[in-house]
Design a protein around this ligand. Structure first.
Ligand code: SAH
Ligand code: SF4
Length: 377
């Protein structure tokens, strides 16, 4: 079988090259050609020994993902849809900001967690992406953007990666970690540890493993300050309730004491956005954990049955947290004219988990009151 070299972090590539009888420095050269220069054709890798190039030709390739579409938003956001086979497609979003370029990367085709407010969750789960399929998103986006933006040699387009696309990254741990290592490696993308963020709905044992294996920045999707409400929004809470989750967050910080956890909180009209709920969140977080809170205005999609909190309510909620000394930001919604905003990434998923039925049942068991007519911007 032909190996896809996007599947390897540097150690993996060194082992692969070792198997071909090649020294480690050859693997470093090859890794730099692939990731720093975006070169997929071994013949073009001019300073790579001819003998290695011909060995590689038979056994390896740099296989990117086929691009189904590319959409550019009026605000500069770019969304790509990549074909991952068997009727599945995943989305990747580039978000340019004044001081940095962020890429939002997918980790799975669909997601098995099934959060009520998330379009990916409503689609169900098809399969985990491989390391190569995760890395290919950054590989393609970085080199495509360098070309389209006409960036000078050596200047990168993307300096921040967030695992906030489709999927729950910590339910695809084995493929995730080598991908993160490639994002961080100075011979590849050289991103700083604080500029690679894993966002999780709270897979507690994997938070501990990430701390030991590759402690990048951690964002935790909290969305509620009590277990009853969080159970109804993030079904995984029934397995790993808030107290256990916060203890895992604290253990994560113990390994890197100067860091903080970002808690994401999707603002749902009439569900989790009252001043009392903000106060409960303060009581939960303030005494015990070094954190920031990022309030995300809910991006509605058909069938969610939920509405976005009105702006005044989001600001009032933020005010309560800020008054208590918790650094709080309200996420700007970007790229919504091309459905590239948080939670709108739907791709194409061949569901194998009957998620739509599961969610319909959940909705019957735990009805959430939504006052019609409010919340739309
Ligand atoms: N599975 C991971 C990462 C992908 S979701 C997680 O849940 O953290 C990335 C972020 O988008 C999460 O914080 C999630 O809560 C948020 N999100 C999902 N659906 C959303 C929606 N419809 N509107 C706004 N944010 C949403
Ligand atoms: Fe999965 Fe995250 Fe969406 Fe929940 S919010 S369904 S964990 S992708």
């Amino acid at each position: 079988m032909t190996a896809n070299l996007l599947d390897f972090d540097l150690e993996g590539l060194a082992a692969f090259c070792g198997g071909l009888g090649e020294k480690r420095f050859r693997a470093v050269q090859l890794y730099r050609w692939i990731h720093q220069k975006g070169q997929a054709d071994f013949e073009q890798m001019s300073d790579l020994a001819r003998s290695l190039r011909s060995k590689l030709a038979g056994v390896a390739e740099v296989k990117a993902l086929p691009v189904v579409s590319e959409h550019r938003s009026a605000d500069g956001t770019v969304k790509w849809l990549f074909d991952v086979g068997a009727g599945n497609a995943v989305e990747t979003v580039f978000i340019p900001e004044a001081d940095r370029g962020t890429l939002c990367v997918s980790s799975q085709a669909g997601c098995a967690v099934g959060c009520r407010f998330c379009s990916t969750g409503h689609q169900g789960f098809s399969r985990n992406l491989s390391t190569a399929e995760i890395v290919a998103q950054l590989w393609y986006a970085e080199h495509r953007l360098r070309a389209t933006l006409g960036l000078p040699e050596g200047q990168r387009a993307i300096d921040n990666v967030v695992m906030m696309g489709m999927g729950e990254p910590l339910q695809n741990y084995a493929a995730l970690v080598p991908a993160l290592r490639t994002f961080l490696d100075d011979h590849a993308y050289g991103l700083s540890r604080r500029r690679v963020t894993v966002s999780t709905s709270g897979v507690v044992p994997m938070i501990d493993r990430l701390r030991d294996d590759c402690p990048v920045a951690l964002a935790v999707s909290l969305h509620a300050g009590d277990d009853a409400l969080r159970d109804s929004l993030v079904p995984l809470n029934r397995k790993y309730p808030i107290e256990e989750l916060l203890q895992a967050c604290q253990r994560y910080l113990d390994a890197a004491p100067r860091d903080f956890i970002t808690f994401e909180y999707c603002m749902l009209d009439g569900v989790n956005d009252s001043p009392e709920q903000a106060q409960a969140l303060v009581r939960l977080l303030k005494p015990r954990i070094h954190c920031k809170v990022n309030l995300i205005p809910f991006n509605p999609f058909p069938l969610s049955g939920l509405l976005r909190s009105p702006r005044e309510r989001v600001l009032a909620f933020a005010h309560v947290l800020q008054e208590a000394g918790i650094v709080t930001t309200v996420r700007k919604t970007r790229g919504d004219d091309i459905d590239a905003a948080c939670g709108q990434l739907a791709g194409e998923v061949q569901d194998r988990t009957r998620a739509p039925e599961r969610l319909a049942r959940l909705r019957q068991v735990i009805p959430i009151a939504v006052q019609a007519g409010q919340g739309q911007p």
